[in-house]
Design a protein around this ligand. Structure first.
Ligand code: N01
Length: 551
Protein backbone atom coordinates (compact mmCIF):
# COMPACT_ATOMS: atom_id res chain seq x y z
CA UNK A 1 0.00 0.00 0.00
CA UNK A 2 2.85 2.42 0.61
CA UNK A 3 6.54 2.43 0.06
CA UNK A 4 7.18 5.57 2.08
CA UNK A 5 9.04 3.78 4.87
CA UNK A 6 12.07 3.69 2.56
CA UNK A 7 12.57 7.44 2.90
CA UNK A 8 12.02 7.80 6.59
CA UNK A 9 14.26 9.32 9.19
CA UNK A 10 15.26 6.95 11.96
CA UNK A 11 17.32 7.47 15.07
CA UNK A 12 17.76 10.76 16.89
CA UNK A 13 16.86 13.93 15.04
CA UNK A 14 15.59 17.45 15.68
CA UNK A 15 12.71 18.66 13.52
CA UNK A 16 10.41 21.66 13.74
CA UNK A 17 7.21 19.67 14.15
CA UNK A 18 6.31 16.11 15.13
CA UNK A 19 2.80 15.00 14.21
CA UNK A 20 1.43 11.89 15.92
CA UNK A 21 -1.29 10.12 13.91
CA UNK A 22 -2.10 9.94 10.20
CA UNK A 23 -5.88 10.06 9.96
CA UNK A 24 -7.84 13.04 8.62
CA UNK A 25 -6.16 15.41 11.11
CA UNK A 26 -2.61 14.13 10.76
CA UNK A 27 -2.67 14.24 6.98
CA UNK A 28 -3.93 17.80 6.88
CA UNK A 29 -1.29 18.76 9.46
CA UNK A 30 1.40 17.35 7.15
CA UNK A 31 0.01 19.31 4.22
CA UNK A 32 -0.12 22.54 6.21
CA UNK A 33 3.22 22.31 8.00
CA UNK A 34 5.00 21.40 4.80
CA UNK A 35 3.36 24.39 3.09
CA UNK A 36 4.90 26.57 5.83
CA UNK A 37 8.36 25.30 4.90
CA UNK A 38 8.98 23.66 8.28
CA UNK A 39 10.57 20.27 8.79
CA UNK A 40 8.22 17.57 9.98
CA UNK A 41 8.28 13.99 11.23
CA UNK A 42 5.08 12.00 11.48
CA UNK A 43 4.36 8.76 13.30
CA UNK A 44 1.45 6.42 12.81
CA UNK A 45 0.70 3.25 14.75
CA UNK A 46 -1.00 1.61 11.77
CA UNK A 47 0.67 0.38 8.61
CA UNK A 48 -0.92 3.11 6.49
CA UNK A 49 -2.96 6.31 6.57
CA UNK A 50 -6.62 6.49 7.59
CA UNK A 51 -6.80 6.51 11.39
CA UNK A 52 -10.30 5.61 12.53
CA UNK A 53 -11.23 4.71 8.94
CA UNK A 54 -8.26 2.37 8.71
CA UNK A 55 -9.19 0.37 11.80
CA UNK A 56 -13.00 0.39 11.93
CA UNK A 57 -13.67 -1.81 8.91
CA UNK A 58 -16.53 -3.82 10.38
CA UNK A 59 -19.43 -4.64 8.01
CA UNK A 60 -21.84 -1.73 7.70
CA UNK A 61 -19.31 0.91 8.82
CA UNK A 62 -20.14 4.22 7.25
CA UNK A 63 -20.15 7.88 8.14
CA UNK A 64 -23.24 9.55 9.59
CA UNK A 65 -22.39 12.92 8.01
CA UNK A 66 -23.27 13.24 4.33
CA UNK A 67 -20.30 12.56 2.06
CA UNK A 68 -20.42 15.94 0.32
CA UNK A 69 -19.89 17.54 3.73
CA UNK A 70 -17.46 14.98 5.15
CA UNK A 71 -14.64 16.15 2.90
CA UNK A 72 -11.60 18.37 3.19
CA UNK A 73 -12.16 21.89 1.91
CA UNK A 74 -8.57 23.15 1.89
CA UNK A 75 -8.14 22.41 -1.82
CA UNK A 76 -10.80 23.41 -4.35
CA UNK A 77 -9.16 21.07 -6.85
CA UNK A 78 -9.53 18.15 -4.46
CA UNK A 79 -13.14 19.05 -3.70
CA UNK A 80 -13.99 19.21 -7.36
CA UNK A 81 -12.17 16.10 -8.54
CA UNK A 82 -13.37 13.62 -5.91
CA UNK A 83 -16.78 12.05 -6.57
CA UNK A 84 -18.62 10.30 -3.73
CA UNK A 85 -20.98 7.53 -4.74
CA UNK A 86 -23.38 7.39 -1.80
CA UNK A 87 -25.17 9.88 0.40
CA UNK A 88 -23.41 8.42 3.48
CA UNK A 89 -20.05 7.00 2.45
CA UNK A 90 -18.94 3.52 3.46
CA UNK A 91 -15.67 2.93 5.33
CA UNK A 92 -13.95 1.50 2.19
CA UNK A 93 -14.89 4.56 0.14
CA UNK A 94 -13.71 6.97 2.86
CA UNK A 95 -10.44 5.07 3.12
CA UNK A 96 -10.03 5.30 -0.67
CA UNK A 97 -10.59 9.06 -0.38
CA UNK A 98 -7.99 9.39 2.38
CA UNK A 99 -5.51 7.38 0.29
CA UNK A 100 -6.25 9.58 -2.70
CA UNK A 101 -5.47 12.69 -0.60
CA UNK A 102 -2.25 11.12 0.71
CA UNK A 103 -1.19 10.20 -2.85
CA UNK A 104 -2.16 13.50 -4.42
CA UNK A 105 -0.23 15.64 -1.94
CA UNK A 106 2.50 13.04 -1.25
CA UNK A 107 1.67 13.10 2.43
CA UNK A 108 3.25 9.77 3.36
CA UNK A 109 6.72 11.10 2.68
CA UNK A 110 7.52 12.13 6.28
CA UNK A 111 5.48 9.52 8.13
CA UNK A 112 6.96 6.51 9.89
CA UNK A 113 4.25 3.82 9.91
CA UNK A 114 3.80 0.82 12.20
CA UNK A 115 5.19 2.98 15.00
CA UNK A 116 3.30 3.70 18.18
CA UNK A 117 4.53 6.65 20.25
CA UNK A 118 4.96 5.66 23.87
CA UNK A 119 6.54 8.76 25.47
CA UNK A 120 6.61 12.52 24.90
CA UNK A 121 8.85 14.47 27.28
CA UNK A 122 9.40 18.21 27.48
CA UNK A 123 12.99 19.33 27.98
CA UNK A 124 12.82 22.69 29.76
CA UNK A 125 16.46 23.66 29.25
CA UNK A 126 16.36 23.05 25.51
CA UNK A 127 12.68 23.99 25.06
CA UNK A 128 12.24 20.87 22.95
CA UNK A 129 10.00 17.84 23.06
CA UNK A 130 11.50 14.36 22.89
CA UNK A 131 9.19 11.87 21.24
CA UNK A 132 9.89 8.15 21.59
CA UNK A 133 8.37 5.06 20.10
CA UNK A 134 8.21 1.57 21.52
CA UNK A 135 10.60 0.48 18.74
CA UNK A 136 13.41 2.81 19.75
CA UNK A 137 12.76 5.83 17.54
CA UNK A 138 13.68 9.11 19.21
CA UNK A 139 12.99 12.47 17.63
CA UNK A 140 13.18 15.92 19.19
CA UNK A 141 10.99 18.77 18.03
CA UNK A 142 10.12 22.38 18.75
CA UNK A 143 6.37 21.92 18.32
CA UNK A 144 4.45 18.75 19.04
CA UNK A 145 1.05 18.11 17.46
CA UNK A 146 -1.21 15.28 18.52
CA UNK A 147 -3.63 14.19 15.81
CA UNK A 148 -4.47 10.96 17.56
CA UNK A 149 -8.25 11.09 17.10
CA UNK A 150 -11.06 11.21 19.65
CA UNK A 151 -12.21 7.60 19.41
CA UNK A 152 -9.03 5.66 18.73
CA UNK A 153 -8.27 3.91 22.01
CA UNK A 154 -10.54 0.85 22.06
CA UNK A 155 -11.87 -0.37 25.38
CA UNK A 156 -10.47 -3.86 25.83
CA UNK A 157 -13.12 -6.56 26.33
CA UNK A 158 -13.68 -6.49 30.09
CA UNK A 159 -15.16 -9.96 30.58
CA UNK A 160 -13.92 -12.76 32.74
CA UNK A 161 -13.12 -15.98 30.94
CA UNK A 162 -12.11 -14.42 27.61
CA UNK A 163 -8.98 -16.58 27.52
CA UNK A 164 -11.14 -19.70 27.94
CA UNK A 165 -13.30 -19.02 24.89
CA UNK A 166 -12.44 -21.54 22.15
CA UNK A 167 -14.15 -19.71 19.29
CA UNK A 168 -12.99 -16.58 17.43
CA UNK A 169 -13.46 -13.07 18.83
CA UNK A 170 -13.01 -9.69 17.19
CA UNK A 171 -13.51 -6.02 18.03
CA UNK A 172 -15.30 -3.62 15.68
CA UNK A 173 -12.63 -1.01 16.47
CA UNK A 174 -9.72 -3.16 15.24
CA UNK A 175 -11.47 -5.24 12.60
CA UNK A 176 -9.24 -7.82 10.84
CA UNK A 177 -8.04 -6.51 7.49
CA UNK A 178 -8.81 -9.74 5.64
CA UNK A 179 -12.40 -9.78 6.89
CA UNK A 180 -14.41 -12.13 9.08
CA UNK A 181 -16.47 -15.10 7.91
CA UNK A 182 -20.01 -15.26 9.40
CA UNK A 183 -21.69 -17.80 7.13
CA UNK A 184 -22.99 -20.81 9.03
CA UNK A 185 -21.79 -19.45 12.38
CA UNK A 186 -23.46 -18.74 15.71
CA UNK A 187 -22.45 -15.15 16.34
CA UNK A 188 -22.74 -12.86 19.37
CA UNK A 189 -22.50 -9.08 19.25
CA UNK A 190 -21.94 -7.29 22.56
CA UNK A 191 -22.75 -3.58 22.45
CA UNK A 192 -25.39 -1.44 20.79
CA UNK A 193 -23.68 1.91 20.18
CA UNK A 194 -23.08 3.16 16.62
CA UNK A 195 -20.67 0.32 15.79
CA UNK A 196 -23.06 -2.39 17.01
CA UNK A 197 -26.08 -0.75 15.40
CA UNK A 198 -24.34 -0.47 12.02
CA UNK A 199 -22.85 -3.97 12.02
CA UNK A 200 -25.77 -5.99 13.47
CA UNK A 201 -28.01 -5.84 10.35
CA UNK A 202 -25.09 -6.86 8.10
CA UNK A 203 -23.96 -9.71 10.34
CA UNK A 204 -27.56 -10.96 10.67
CA UNK A 205 -27.79 -11.35 6.89
CA UNK A 206 -24.90 -13.82 6.84
CA UNK A 207 -24.73 -15.58 10.19
CA UNK A 208 -26.60 -18.80 10.91
CA UNK A 209 -27.74 -17.17 14.13
CA UNK A 210 -27.05 -13.83 15.80
CA UNK A 211 -27.56 -13.01 19.46
CA UNK A 212 -27.24 -9.36 20.44
CA UNK A 213 -26.24 -8.60 24.04
CA UNK A 214 -27.62 -5.16 24.87
CA UNK A 215 -26.88 -3.24 28.07
CA UNK A 216 -28.51 0.08 27.17
CA UNK A 217 -30.94 0.48 24.28
CA UNK A 218 -29.96 3.40 22.08
CA UNK A 219 -31.96 5.73 19.89
CA UNK A 220 -31.28 5.29 16.19
CA UNK A 221 -32.77 6.87 13.09
CA UNK A 222 -32.92 5.30 9.61
CA UNK A 223 -30.13 6.76 7.47
CA UNK A 224 -32.10 6.36 4.21
CA UNK A 225 -28.78 5.92 2.52
CA UNK A 226 -28.84 5.90 -1.29
CA UNK A 227 -26.72 6.90 -4.25
CA UNK A 228 -26.09 10.65 -4.05
CA UNK A 229 -29.04 12.62 -5.39
CA UNK A 230 -27.63 14.14 -8.62
CA UNK A 231 -29.75 17.27 -8.29
CA UNK A 232 -28.53 17.93 -4.75
CA UNK A 233 -24.95 17.18 -5.75
CA UNK A 234 -25.13 19.60 -8.70
CA UNK A 235 -26.48 22.30 -6.40
CA UNK A 236 -23.70 21.80 -3.83
CA UNK A 237 -20.97 21.54 -6.44
CA UNK A 238 -22.00 24.79 -8.11
CA UNK A 239 -20.43 26.60 -5.19
CA UNK A 240 -18.65 23.82 -3.35
CA UNK A 241 -15.96 25.89 -1.61
CA UNK A 242 -18.56 28.37 -0.40
CA UNK A 243 -20.76 25.48 0.78
CA UNK A 244 -17.91 24.32 3.00
CA UNK A 245 -17.25 27.83 4.26
CA UNK A 246 -20.92 28.05 5.26
CA UNK A 247 -20.61 24.72 7.09
CA UNK A 248 -18.09 26.41 9.37
CA UNK A 249 -20.70 29.01 10.30
CA UNK A 250 -23.00 26.41 11.82
CA UNK A 251 -23.33 24.84 15.23
CA UNK A 252 -22.53 21.32 14.05
CA UNK A 253 -20.18 22.00 11.14
CA UNK A 254 -22.86 21.10 8.63
CA UNK A 255 -25.84 23.07 7.30
CA UNK A 256 -29.09 21.66 8.63
CA UNK A 257 -31.72 20.60 6.15
CA UNK A 258 -34.22 19.95 8.92
CA UNK A 259 -34.05 22.76 11.48
CA UNK A 260 -37.29 24.75 11.66
CA UNK A 261 -35.72 27.53 13.71
CA UNK A 262 -38.68 27.14 16.10
CA UNK A 263 -39.05 25.93 19.68
CA UNK A 264 -40.97 22.69 20.24
CA UNK A 265 -44.03 24.24 21.82
CA UNK A 266 -44.27 27.05 19.28
CA UNK A 267 -46.32 24.61 17.24
CA UNK A 268 -49.21 22.26 18.03
CA UNK A 269 -48.92 18.50 18.39
CA UNK A 270 -50.13 17.76 14.88
CA UNK A 271 -47.54 20.00 13.29
CA UNK A 272 -44.83 18.60 15.55
CA UNK A 273 -45.60 15.03 14.60
CA UNK A 274 -45.61 15.96 10.92
CA UNK A 275 -42.19 17.59 11.37
CA UNK A 276 -40.76 14.54 13.18
CA UNK A 277 -42.23 12.26 10.51
CA UNK A 278 -40.59 14.34 7.79
CA UNK A 279 -37.25 14.09 9.64
CA UNK A 280 -37.67 10.32 10.12
CA UNK A 281 -38.38 9.84 6.41
CA UNK A 282 -35.53 12.17 5.45
CA UNK A 283 -32.98 10.17 7.45
CA UNK A 284 -30.47 12.31 9.32
CA UNK A 285 -29.16 12.87 12.83
CA UNK A 286 -30.53 16.38 12.26
CA UNK A 287 -33.83 15.18 13.77
CA UNK A 288 -32.37 16.21 17.14
CA UNK A 289 -32.23 19.84 15.97
CA UNK A 290 -35.58 20.27 14.22
CA UNK A 291 -36.63 22.36 17.23
CA UNK A 292 -33.92 24.34 18.96
CA UNK A 293 -34.83 23.26 22.52
CA UNK A 294 -35.03 19.48 22.01
CA UNK A 295 -31.72 18.89 23.76
CA UNK A 296 -32.24 21.44 26.54
CA UNK A 297 -35.90 21.27 27.57
CA UNK A 298 -36.93 17.92 29.12
CA UNK A 299 -40.59 18.30 28.10
CA UNK A 300 -39.59 19.11 24.54
CA UNK A 301 -37.26 16.12 24.47
CA UNK A 302 -40.08 13.80 25.53
CA UNK A 303 -42.05 14.73 22.39
CA UNK A 304 -39.35 13.45 20.05
CA UNK A 305 -38.49 10.51 22.33
CA UNK A 306 -42.15 9.41 22.27
CA UNK A 307 -42.22 9.73 18.50
CA UNK A 308 -39.19 7.48 18.04
CA UNK A 309 -40.35 5.01 20.69
CA UNK A 310 -43.63 4.61 18.78
CA UNK A 311 -41.63 3.95 15.62
CA UNK A 312 -39.72 1.17 17.40
CA UNK A 313 -43.00 -0.42 18.51
CA UNK A 314 -44.43 -0.16 15.00
CA UNK A 315 -41.39 -1.78 13.34
CA UNK A 316 -40.48 -4.56 15.77
CA UNK A 317 -43.15 -7.26 15.60
CA UNK A 318 -42.52 -9.00 18.92
CA UNK A 319 -43.80 -6.59 21.62
CA UNK A 320 -41.34 -7.88 24.25
CA UNK A 321 -38.37 -7.35 21.95
CA UNK A 322 -39.70 -3.90 21.01
CA UNK A 323 -39.95 -3.01 24.69
CA UNK A 324 -36.38 -4.18 25.32
CA UNK A 325 -35.15 -2.04 22.42
CA UNK A 326 -36.89 1.07 23.72
CA UNK A 327 -34.58 3.48 25.56
CA UNK A 328 -35.98 4.51 28.91
CA UNK A 329 -33.11 5.73 31.04
CA UNK A 330 -31.89 8.75 29.11
CA UNK A 331 -33.33 11.63 27.11
CA UNK A 332 -33.38 11.37 23.32
CA UNK A 333 -29.94 11.88 21.67
CA UNK A 334 -28.07 12.44 24.95
CA UNK A 335 -26.13 9.30 24.16
CA UNK A 336 -24.73 9.76 20.67
CA UNK A 337 -27.66 9.41 18.24
CA UNK A 338 -27.09 6.60 15.75
CA UNK A 339 -28.00 6.33 12.07
CA UNK A 340 -28.82 2.88 10.80
CA UNK A 341 -29.94 0.78 7.90
CA UNK A 342 -32.69 -1.70 8.90
CA UNK A 343 -31.58 -1.91 12.53
CA UNK A 344 -34.95 -2.35 14.24
CA UNK A 345 -36.27 -4.51 11.39
CA UNK A 346 -33.35 -6.89 11.90
CA UNK A 347 -35.02 -8.07 15.13
CA UNK A 348 -37.92 -9.43 13.02
CA UNK A 349 -35.57 -11.96 11.44
CA UNK A 350 -35.97 -15.54 12.68
CA UNK A 351 -32.19 -15.89 13.15
CA UNK A 352 -31.80 -12.91 15.54
CA UNK A 353 -32.31 -12.77 19.31
CA UNK A 354 -31.84 -9.94 21.80
CA UNK A 355 -30.54 -10.48 25.33
CA UNK A 356 -30.97 -7.70 27.89
CA UNK A 357 -27.80 -7.87 29.97
CA UNK A 358 -29.16 -5.51 32.57
CA UNK A 359 -31.87 -8.07 33.37
CA UNK A 360 -29.51 -11.04 33.00
CA UNK A 361 -25.90 -9.79 33.25
CA UNK A 362 -23.01 -11.55 31.58
CA UNK A 363 -21.21 -13.52 34.30
CA UNK A 364 -18.33 -14.87 32.29
CA UNK A 365 -17.16 -16.07 28.93
CA UNK A 366 -16.69 -19.82 28.80
CA UNK A 367 -14.97 -22.24 26.46
CA UNK A 368 -18.26 -22.57 24.57
CA UNK A 369 -19.58 -19.03 24.61
CA UNK A 370 -21.20 -16.54 26.99
CA UNK A 371 -22.77 -17.34 30.36
CA UNK A 372 -25.32 -14.90 31.75
CA UNK A 373 -27.07 -15.16 35.10
CA UNK A 374 -29.82 -16.96 33.20
CA UNK A 375 -28.02 -19.47 30.94
CA UNK A 376 -25.01 -20.30 28.81
CA UNK A 377 -25.13 -19.43 25.09
CA UNK A 378 -22.80 -21.32 22.71
CA UNK A 379 -21.03 -19.27 19.99
CA UNK A 380 -18.51 -19.71 17.19
CA UNK A 381 -17.71 -16.01 17.05
CA UNK A 382 -18.04 -13.07 19.46
CA UNK A 383 -17.97 -9.47 18.20
CA UNK A 384 -17.16 -6.83 20.81
CA UNK A 385 -18.69 -3.49 19.83
CA UNK A 386 -17.99 -2.10 23.27
CA UNK A 387 -16.56 1.31 22.42
CA UNK A 388 -13.58 3.48 23.27
CA UNK A 389 -11.82 5.39 26.00
CA UNK A 390 -12.94 8.57 24.26
CA UNK A 391 -11.05 11.83 23.91
CA UNK A 392 -8.61 11.43 26.81
CA UNK A 393 -7.54 7.81 26.17
CA UNK A 394 -5.47 8.52 23.03
CA UNK A 395 -3.62 11.42 24.70
CA UNK A 396 -2.94 9.66 28.00
CA UNK A 397 -1.53 6.71 26.06
CA UNK A 398 1.29 8.99 24.86
CA UNK A 399 2.73 9.26 28.40
CA UNK A 400 3.14 13.00 28.11
CA UNK A 401 5.49 14.66 30.59
CA UNK A 402 5.59 18.48 30.72
CA UNK A 403 7.26 21.22 32.76
CA UNK A 404 8.95 20.00 35.98
CA UNK A 405 8.13 16.41 35.03
CA UNK A 406 4.37 17.00 35.29
CA UNK A 407 2.60 13.93 33.93
CA UNK A 408 -0.52 14.56 31.88
CA UNK A 409 -2.21 11.72 33.73
CA UNK A 410 -1.63 13.56 37.03
CA UNK A 411 -2.69 16.92 35.59
CA UNK A 412 -5.89 15.21 34.41
CA UNK A 413 -6.64 13.08 37.47
CA UNK A 414 -9.89 14.98 38.09
CA UNK A 415 -10.74 15.20 34.39
CA UNK A 416 -9.12 16.73 31.32
CA UNK A 417 -7.97 20.33 31.74
CA UNK A 418 -7.31 22.14 28.49
CA UNK A 419 -7.66 25.60 27.02
CA UNK A 420 -10.03 25.44 24.02
CA UNK A 421 -9.12 21.79 23.46
CA UNK A 422 -5.96 23.13 21.81
CA UNK A 423 -3.28 23.42 24.51
CA UNK A 424 -2.67 22.54 28.17
CA UNK A 425 -1.03 24.57 30.96
CA UNK A 426 2.32 23.04 31.86
CA UNK A 427 2.82 21.52 28.41
CA UNK A 428 4.35 24.31 26.28
CA UNK A 429 4.33 24.12 22.50
CA UNK A 430 2.17 20.98 22.59
CA UNK A 431 -0.92 21.34 20.41
CA UNK A 432 -3.86 18.95 20.50
CA UNK A 433 -6.13 18.73 17.47
CA UNK A 434 -9.73 18.19 18.63
CA UNK A 435 -8.60 17.80 22.22
CA UNK A 436 -11.03 17.54 25.14
CA UNK A 437 -13.01 20.76 25.53
CA UNK A 438 -13.27 21.38 21.77
CA UNK A 439 -16.48 20.94 19.70
CA UNK A 440 -14.93 17.87 17.96
CA UNK A 441 -17.23 14.87 18.49
CA UNK A 442 -20.31 17.10 18.61
CA UNK A 443 -19.65 18.47 15.14
CA UNK A 444 -18.63 17.39 11.67
CA UNK A 445 -15.06 16.29 12.39
CA UNK A 446 -13.43 17.32 9.09
CA UNK A 447 -14.08 21.09 9.33
CA UNK A 448 -13.21 21.03 13.04
CA UNK A 449 -9.91 19.37 12.15
CA UNK A 450 -9.19 21.94 9.44
CA UNK A 451 -10.00 24.75 11.85
CA UNK A 452 -7.68 23.41 14.56
CA UNK A 453 -4.79 22.68 12.20
CA UNK A 454 -5.12 26.14 10.61
CA UNK A 455 -5.18 27.73 14.08
CA UNK A 456 -2.06 25.85 15.14
CA UNK A 457 -0.27 26.73 11.90
CA UNK A 458 -1.15 30.42 12.38
CA UNK A 459 0.01 30.27 15.99
CA UNK A 460 3.37 28.78 15.02
CA UNK A 461 3.74 31.42 12.29
CA UNK A 462 2.96 34.14 14.84
CA UNK A 463 5.50 32.71 17.25
CA UNK A 464 8.22 32.65 14.62
CA UNK A 465 7.43 36.13 13.38
CA UNK A 466 7.40 37.57 16.92
CA UNK A 467 10.36 35.57 18.20
CA UNK A 468 8.13 33.78 20.69
CA UNK A 469 9.75 30.51 21.67
CA UNK A 470 7.19 29.18 24.15
CA UNK A 471 3.43 29.26 24.36
CA UNK A 472 1.10 27.67 26.86
CA UNK A 473 -2.22 28.64 28.41
CA UNK A 474 -2.39 30.22 31.85
CA UNK A 475 -3.96 28.10 34.60
CA UNK A 476 -6.56 30.83 35.00
CA UNK A 477 -7.62 30.77 31.34
CA UNK A 478 -7.67 26.98 31.35
CA UNK A 479 -9.86 26.85 34.46
CA UNK A 480 -12.18 29.44 33.01
CA UNK A 481 -12.56 27.44 29.77
CA UNK A 482 -13.26 24.27 31.77
CA UNK A 483 -16.00 26.18 33.58
CA UNK A 484 -17.44 27.33 30.25
CA UNK A 485 -17.43 23.77 28.89
CA UNK A 486 -19.12 22.57 32.08
CA UNK A 487 -21.68 25.41 32.13
CA UNK A 488 -22.80 25.03 28.53
CA UNK A 489 -23.11 21.26 28.98
CA UNK A 490 -25.22 21.84 32.07
CA UNK A 491 -27.63 23.93 30.05
CA UNK A 492 -28.35 20.81 28.02
CA UNK A 493 -29.73 17.39 28.86
CA UNK A 494 -26.48 15.60 27.89
CA UNK A 495 -25.22 15.10 31.47
CA UNK A 496 -28.42 13.16 32.30
CA UNK A 497 -27.23 10.18 30.24
CA UNK A 498 -24.53 7.74 31.20
CA UNK A 499 -22.41 8.03 28.08
CA UNK A 500 -18.89 8.15 26.75
CA UNK A 501 -19.40 11.92 26.36
CA UNK A 502 -19.24 12.00 30.18
CA UNK A 503 -16.58 9.31 30.57
CA UNK A 504 -19.16 6.92 32.08
CA UNK A 505 -18.15 3.95 29.93
CA UNK A 506 -14.65 3.62 31.40
CA UNK A 507 -14.53 2.45 35.02
CA UNK A 508 -12.83 5.07 37.23
CA UNK A 509 -12.82 7.81 34.58
CA UNK A 510 -13.76 11.20 36.09
CA UNK A 511 -17.29 12.28 35.16
CA UNK A 512 -16.68 15.40 33.05
CA UNK A 513 -18.39 16.44 29.83
CA UNK A 514 -15.62 15.93 27.30
CA UNK A 515 -16.57 18.26 24.45
CA UNK A 516 -17.66 21.86 24.03
CA UNK A 517 -21.38 21.81 23.30
CA UNK A 518 -21.71 25.56 22.68
CA UNK A 519 -21.45 25.12 18.89
CA UNK A 520 -18.67 25.13 16.34
CA UNK A 521 -19.48 28.63 14.98
CA UNK A 522 -19.48 30.18 18.49
CA UNK A 523 -16.24 28.38 19.20
CA UNK A 524 -14.61 29.72 16.03
CA UNK A 525 -15.63 33.25 16.99
CA UNK A 526 -14.29 32.86 20.53
CA UNK A 527 -10.99 31.46 19.34
CA UNK A 528 -10.62 34.23 16.75
CA UNK A 529 -11.21 36.89 19.43
CA UNK A 530 -8.53 35.29 21.58
CA UNK A 531 -6.05 35.60 18.72
CA UNK A 532 -7.08 39.14 17.80
CA UNK A 533 -6.56 40.12 21.43
CA UNK A 534 -2.94 38.90 21.15
CA UNK A 535 -3.45 35.30 22.35
CA UNK A 536 -5.58 36.14 25.37
CA UNK A 537 -5.20 33.52 28.09
CA UNK A 538 -1.81 32.32 26.81
CA UNK A 539 1.62 32.85 28.30
CA UNK A 540 4.01 33.75 25.49
CA UNK A 541 7.70 33.88 26.16
CA UNK A 542 10.86 34.41 24.23
CA UNK A 543 14.32 33.47 25.42
CA UNK A 544 14.48 36.86 27.17
CA UNK A 545 11.01 37.77 28.32
CA UNK A 546 7.57 36.53 29.22
CA UNK A 547 4.14 38.02 28.65
CA UNK A 548 0.95 36.77 30.21
CA UNK A 549 -2.30 37.73 28.49
CA UNK A 550 -4.60 36.70 31.30
CA UNK A 551 -8.13 35.87 30.18
O1 N01 B 1 -19.17 2.58 21.13
P1 N01 B 1 -20.26 3.05 22.21
P2 N01 B 1 -19.29 2.56 19.54
N1 N01 B 1 -21.15 -5.16 28.90
O2 N01 B 1 -19.49 3.39 23.43
C1 N01 B 1 -21.80 -1.55 25.39
C2 N01 B 1 -18.34 6.97 16.80
N2 N01 B 1 -18.77 6.12 15.72
O3 N01 B 1 -18.03 2.00 19.00
O4 N01 B 1 -24.39 2.01 26.64
C3 N01 B 1 -22.16 -4.94 28.06
O5 N01 B 1 -21.18 4.05 21.67
C4 N01 B 1 -22.32 -0.18 25.73
O6 N01 B 1 -23.37 -0.26 26.67
P3 N01 B 1 -23.73 1.04 27.58
C5 N01 B 1 -19.57 7.66 17.37
O7 N01 B 1 -19.20 8.92 17.87
C6 N01 B 1 -19.31 6.74 14.65
O8 N01 B 1 -20.53 1.93 19.12
O9 N01 B 1 -22.41 1.56 28.08
N3 N01 B 1 -22.19 -3.94 27.17
C7 N01 B 1 -22.74 0.31 24.34
O10 N01 B 1 -23.97 -0.23 23.97
C8 N01 B 1 -19.95 6.71 18.48
O11 N01 B 1 -20.77 7.27 19.46
C9 N01 B 1 -19.82 6.00 13.64
O12 N01 B 1 -24.59 0.50 28.63
C10 N01 B 1 -21.14 -3.13 27.14
C11 N01 B 1 -21.66 -0.30 23.45
O13 N01 B 1 -21.10 -1.38 24.17
C12 N01 B 1 -18.59 6.32 18.98
O14 N01 B 1 -17.80 6.17 17.82
C13 N01 B 1 -19.78 4.62 13.68
C14 N01 B 1 -20.02 -3.29 27.99
C15 N01 B 1 -20.56 0.67 23.14
O15 N01 B 1 -21.09 1.74 22.43
C16 N01 B 1 -18.54 5.04 19.77
O16 N01 B 1 -19.38 4.08 19.14
C17 N01 B 1 -19.22 4.01 14.78
C18 N01 B 1 -20.06 -4.36 28.89
N4 N01 B 1 -19.06 -4.59 29.74
C19 N01 B 1 -18.71 4.76 15.80
N5 N01 B 1 -19.13 -2.31 27.72
C20 N01 B 1 -20.44 6.72 12.50
O17 N01 B 1 -19.94 7.67 11.93
C21 N01 B 1 -19.69 -1.56 26.75
N6 N01 B 1 -20.89 -2.06 26.40
C22 N01 B 1 -21.74 6.31 12.12
Amino acid sequence: MNDSNKNQKRGSDVVDVVVIGAGFAGLYAHYKIREMGLSIQGFEAGPDVGGTWFWNRYPGARCDIESLDYSYSFSAELLNEWKWSERYATQPEILRYINHVADKFELRRDITFNTRITACTYDQAENLWTVESGQGDTVRCTYLMTTTGCLSTPKDPEFDGLAEFKGQWVQTSTWPRDGVEFAGKRVAVIGTGSSGIQSIPEIAKEAAHLTVFQRTPNYTIPARNAPIDPEWEAKVRKDYVEHHRRNKETKGGVQSKLSTGLMTFDVDKEERLATFEHAWQFGSAGIQNVYSDLLSNPEANVTVADFVQNKIRSIVKDPETAERLTPKDHPFATKRLCLDTDYYDTYNRPNVDLVDVRATPIETLTAAGIKTTEKEYPFDLIVFATGFDAMTGPLLALNIKGVDGLLLKDAWKDGPASYLGLMMAGFPNLFTVNGPGSPSVLANMVPTIEHHVDWIADCITYMREHKVTRIEPTMKAQASWAQTVHDVANHTLFPLAKSWYMGDNVPGKPRVFLAYVGGFSNYITRVAEIVTGGYVGFKLSSDHSESDKSA
